[in-house]
Ligand binder design. Sequence first.
Ligand SMILES: [Fe+2]
Length: 214
Amino acid sequence: MVPPLDAVTVVHNAFRRDLTEIDQAVYKVARHGGDLSPLIDRLLYFSDILDRHEKGEERAVFPEVDRVAPLLAPLFVDDHREMSEGLGNVAGAPDELAATRALAILHAHVRIHLANEDTYIYPVLRDRIDLDEQATIVGQLWGRSFPPDEVLPQYMNWLFGLVNQEDQATITTVWKQLMTEKVFGVCTPLIQDAVTTDDWSELTRRVPGLAESI
Ligand SMILES: [Fe+2]
């Protein structure tokens, strides 16, 4: 069984890549001119996904962290609040220069936060709780953070477009392990639409039974 918590790392990787790309693109606009509004729209989408993810972590993951490693989680909840503020500062920036500055600060904060979670929070949980308990936590995290059906295609495009083939296989495998056949059957065509033809053939090679669930 692939450890269910590995799916969280995949989503963290998507956050890192998305924000890096947004940061670079906003800097380009500030330096050379151009339209900031599509990038602000992209940031608002990032913000929506991040907000759901953080709320899910606070409800489903951090109580378990409190149980196995007390005193660790509150630091991360404080980070979540500050990152939300940072996102608001970028979206509400009065001009390109202010947006670039706010985004550079936010980008650094998000990267450090995710690195700390990947280094301290998730390894502790992987080490101290078994795979069944991990599955319960990840199930609850999805219950809180998975987008509603009507916007699921956009989420699949976002996630699978931002991660490499290994991450694509990890999250698909964890979904296949934990979702009911019916729910996974809703996700698989959306995954196929979200990835390139090459990525799909690699994914079907890495995830046995995937091709049959289309
Ligand atoms: Fe977090």
